[in-house]
Every structure is written in structure tokens, then in C-alpha cells.
Write a protein that binds this ligand. Structure first.
Ligand code: 173
Length: 502
């Protein structure tokens, strides 16, 4: 259809369930037939029927969600935004209370560690955003184990070494990094802050660390690459599309734009159950659509925003696809979400550049072991079966999940990791304080590294060796470990179902 320019008045007439047009980023869409399909429910779209829905749409959709889901004949054209009446957004009492809490945030100088960001973020984020970021699979045992596993490893520091100068910079996949950590991929950054993942890109550029750009970022891929400063390295996290042509185009575009590593997520053929998030969605449901204890129309909304935007992910992804990935790109390919040594060995034998030992921040398979525990068996078995030693330039090991302190990172490095991915703490940092928060988080890591390297007797990353840790209890899941009061006070218990108010 030839692109038309419509007026706000014309669009405003299509404000019913029978004919529903909406405006997103100056473009007009006929979503009438899509209403019952919308995983977020029809109510929220109808609220913006005939109006500009951009502000509501942005935080919970990747930039191309609408164009990917609506057939081209439903793209009606553009609108002259000056002819569109502004939507009066009602500020709820809960929102007013939240705004007050935002104004009560302590200055960044009072934020002393990464736990502090989480404590503040929880109070200033919208309930929806908090539920989405903080939630994890099933009974949330795994998310807590990720952090607790680090408590089962203790140091064996060396003394009487001249530690006047210590240097914790390193190289990750050949790229320089000021810290042995990278900012790992997390979806939907605009839920936490209007600038979304740009907060991470900008802070990473200033502090010389590498950001892994998520497939499901709220900001567009090119926006995040454009925001990088000269010399700033970025990686890409890839969800593989059932339509391989789309994936091929995306991967090759990323390579052209200078992305330095392709991290293919392999632990999420289906999304885990995140009940804090699900409960939030259920409570947000239109009572008119919920009858006889079941949701009226045919769409399963149980996974809210995440389900809506994850339906493209290919459940058929298989080891046999690896040669194809290698044929379409020269970027180093890393599998993200490996959970046992057997698969790490297959990845090595397939000629890949590395693996991320991860259980997806405890959001996927409940009772999948922590990355740090898996690291120990991967290092042992790849040594025994392929004679590899770690860290290894040619096959790099990464872990993520549960990291809150530089000591956590130092343990992983000692055990053979090249670097460690940090996700939620940076989300909480920008949700509470924007880019400044992320910069402060990186500064805290720097301060902690400097001190802990001195106390450990390691002057460079290469001096952090396996003999500096005792990980003999890592596989013991029933030992009691000292509880971490800061972590535990942030952890928000799950809730059981409640009677509805009548
Ligand atoms: O953990 C996640 O929430 C995640 O990876 C995801 C996957 C698909 C859609 C949105 C988020």
C-alpha cells in the first residue's frame, strides 16, 4: 500500500474494538484484528485506540515488534504529529508515591556496593519492571544458588609480594578490557529507564569495558552501535530466529558494524516460568476478560511481555546448525548457556571460540547448577580429555550469574575463566540512577579489584592462579554457608495466590 499521510482527526475516529488504529513513532497501524492476539491483552491497546501509543509501547517492545507482527497492509501510513491530540496520562497514586521515592534516592556517594543499587532500584522502579528484572524460574532456588555458590569458595592468598602496582585489565576474545568483566545481555532496558541500554553503552565506553548487546534490547541495535566511542568493543547476544534468513542478515549486519563476538543463547528454547512476573501480568489483566477463572480469549498471557517477544526463537536449534553459523560469519562464536562439561567439549570440538557457563541468571531451568560450579568440572574435563589449560586464548571460558563483588570475579578467574558476565546489577544501577549509576557500579568494581588483588598477592590477572582458591566444597549443595545479609535483605520472597477482592 502506498504510504499515506493521515491526520490526527482521521485516526481518532478509529478508537473502538471494531476499528482500532494506533500511532507508534509517527506511523499509523490498524491493529483491530491483532487485538485478541496481543499477548499483553487488548485492554492496554484499546486505551490508546485512535491515539499515540509510543510512550506506552517503547519500554516493553523491541523497536521492530510492531512491524514484525503486523502484515504490511495494516501499516496505514504516517501522521503529522502536530495534528494529534496529546494523550492525558493519568498519574496513579502508586506512581505519585513512586515519584516521591525517586526524589528520596540517596546520593551516589552513599552507594557503596552493588547490593545497594538493587535495594534502591526495587523501591524506585515500577512494579512491572521490578517483577520482570528480578524474577527467576519456579521457586527461585537457582537464582539464590548462583550467588551462594561463590560463598563455598575461599581464598589462599600469597604474602610478601610487592603489590604497589596492581593491574586488573585483560583481553576478552582479543579485545582490551579495563576489567575482567563484561556487561552481559538483558532484555527490555527501557522498562527500567527511558534511555534503556544506551546507559550501558555510554558507561562502558567511558570505563573501557565491553557491552554485550541483546537481541531483545529496547533500543535498536544500530542506535547502540552508533553510541559507542572510537575503539569501544561490543559483543552481540543472539536469539536465533526460526526464519534463518532474518538471523543471517542480523549476524552479517552486526559483523559489518564491527561487533567483536557472537554469543548464541542456547539455554532458552522456551522461557522458564517466572512467577513474580506472571503474577504481575495476571493482576494487570482486565477483569472483563477473565471469566469463570479463565482468561476469555485464546492467547496464553502467562508470560506477559517476554512471551510476546520470544515467539520467534527457534526451538529446533541443534548442534548440526553450528557449521552454518561458522559459514555466515568470521566473528568468534561463543555458546551462551552451557551447563555441563560434555557440552563444553562438544563446543570445543566444533571449533567454537568459547562458552559461557550460565543458567541464564536462574531464569530458565530451575536446579541447573551455577556457572561457577560448572566451570570447575569444565576445566578439569577439558584438561583431561583435550589437554587444555585455562585461561586459554583459543577456547575461552566465561561465567555469569550471582556476581556482586570483585572477589566473586577473582574466584572465577582463579578457576580458569577469562572474564565474568554481570547482568542484573547494571540493570538495577541504571534503573535507579541512569548512566551515572552504571559508572558508579564500574568504579566500585575497580576499587574492589585494586584492594582485593593487593590482599590476594596478585599483581596482574595472570598471577591469579588456581592455587589461590579452595573450591573443594563447590559441588556440595547441602553445606551451610555464611548468609549474606545484604543479598538476603534484597531478596524479595515470592508470594502465594491470594483471594480476589470483591
Ligand atoms: O531472561 C529473559 O527474560 C530473556 O532472555 C528473554 C527472552 C525472550 C524475551 C524476553 C526476554
Amino acid at each position: 500500500m502506498a504510504a499515506r499521510t493521515l491526520t490526527g482527526k482521521e485516526i481518532a475516529e478509529h478508537n473502538t474494538r471494531e476499528s482500532c488504529w494506533i500511532i507508534v513513532h509517527g506511523k499509523v497501524y490498524d491493529v483491530t484484528e491483532f487485538l485478541p492476539e496481543h499477548p499483553g491483552g487488548s485492554k492496554i491497546i484499546l486505551k490508546y485506540a485512535g491515539k499515540d501509543a509510543t510512550a506506552e509501547y517503547d519500554p516493553i517492545h523491541p523497536p521492530n515488534a510492531i512491524t514484525d507482527n503486523l502484515p504490511p497492509e495494516k501499516h496505514l501510513g504516517s501522521v503529522d504529529l502536530s495534528t494529534v491530540q496529546k494523550v492525558e496520562v493519568e498519574i496513579s497514586d502508586e506512581d505519585k508515591a513512586r515519584q516521591l521515592r525517586v526524589s528520596q534516592r540517596p546520593p551516589l556517594s552513599e552507594i557503596l556496593n552493588l547490593h545497594d543499587f538493587e535495594a534502591i532500584a526495587r523501591q524506585v522502579m515500577t512494579e512491572k519492571a521490578w517483577a520482570y528484572y528480578s524474577s527467576a524460574a519456579d521457586d527461585e532456588i537457582t537464582i539464590r544458588e548462583n550467588h551462594a555458590a561463590y560463598h563455598r569458595i575461599w581464598f589462599r592468598p600469597r604474602i610478601l609480594r610487592n603489590v604497589t602496582n596492581v593491574d586488573w585489565s585483560t583481553r576478552i576474545l582479543g579485545q582490551p578490557s579495563k576489567l575482567p568483566i563484561y556487561i552481559t545481555a538483558t532484555a527490555l532496558g527501557k522498562l527500567g529507564h527511558p534511555d534503556g541500554e544506551l546507559n550501558l553503552t555510554r558507561a562502558a565506553g567511558k570505563h573501557g569495558v565491553i557491552q554485550m548487546i541483546p537481541t531483545l534490547a529496547s533500543c535498536s541495535f544500530d542506535e547502540l552501535v552508533d553510541a559507542a566511542v572510537p575503539g569501544q568493543s561490543q559483543f552481540l547476544q543472539l536469539y536465533v530466529n526460526s526464519d534463518r534468513a532474518i538471523t543471517q542478515k542480523f549476524v552479517q549486519h552486526a559483523e559489518k558494524r564491527g561487533i567483536k563476538g557472537l554469543f548464541i543463547t542456547v539455554d532458552a528454547p522456551q522461557l522458564g516460568r517466572r512467577e513474580k512476573d506472571m503474577r504481575m501480568k495476571f493482576e494487570a489483566e482486565d477483569p472483563a476478560e477473565v471469566t469463570d477463572n479463565k482468561v476469555a480469549d485464546r492467547v496464553d498471557r502467562s508470560q506477559g511481555a517476554a512471551r510476546a517477544i520470544s515467539s520467534f526463537i527457534d526451538t529446533g536449534l541443534d548442534w548440526e546448525d553450528i557449521p552454518w553459523f561458522k559459514s555466515i560469519t568470521k566473528m568468534p562464536i561463543i555458546l551462551k548457556g552451557v551447563q555441563c562439561w560434555e557440552d563444553a567439549l562438544l563446543a570445543y570440538d566444533a571449533g567454537l571460540a568459547g562458552v559461557v557457563l550460565s543458567n541464564h541468571g536462574g531464569r530458565q531451568l530451575e536446579f541447573s547448577r551455577s556457572g561457577i560450579e560448572t566451570l570447575v568440572e569444565v576445566v578439569a574435563n577439558l584438561k583431561e580429555k583435550r589437554g587444555l589449560t585455562f585461561p586459554n586464548e583459543k577456547f575461552q571460558l566465561f561465567v555469569d550469574g550471582g556476581v556482586r563483588r570483585a572477589t566473586d570475579v577473582l574466584k572465577a578467574i582463579a578457576l580458569g575463566a577469562t572474564a565474568v558476565g554481570v547482568g542484573r546489577p547494571f540493570l538495577y544501577a541504571f534503573s535507579a540512577y541512569g548512566q551515572d549509576g552504571v559508572e558508579r557500579a564500574l568504579q566500585i568494581f575497580n576499587d574492589e579489584f585494586e584492594m582485593n588483588m593487593r590482599l590476594l598477592g596478585a599483581r596482574t590477572i595472570s598471577e591469579i592462579v588456581p592455587e589461590m582458591v579452595d573450591a573443594s566444597s563447590i559441588h556440595q549443595h547441602i553445606v551451610s554457608v555464611p548468609t549474606d545479609r545484604l543479598y538476603d535483605s534484597n531478596y524479595e520472597s515470592m508470594q502465594s495466590a491470594r483471594l480476589r477482592e470483591i
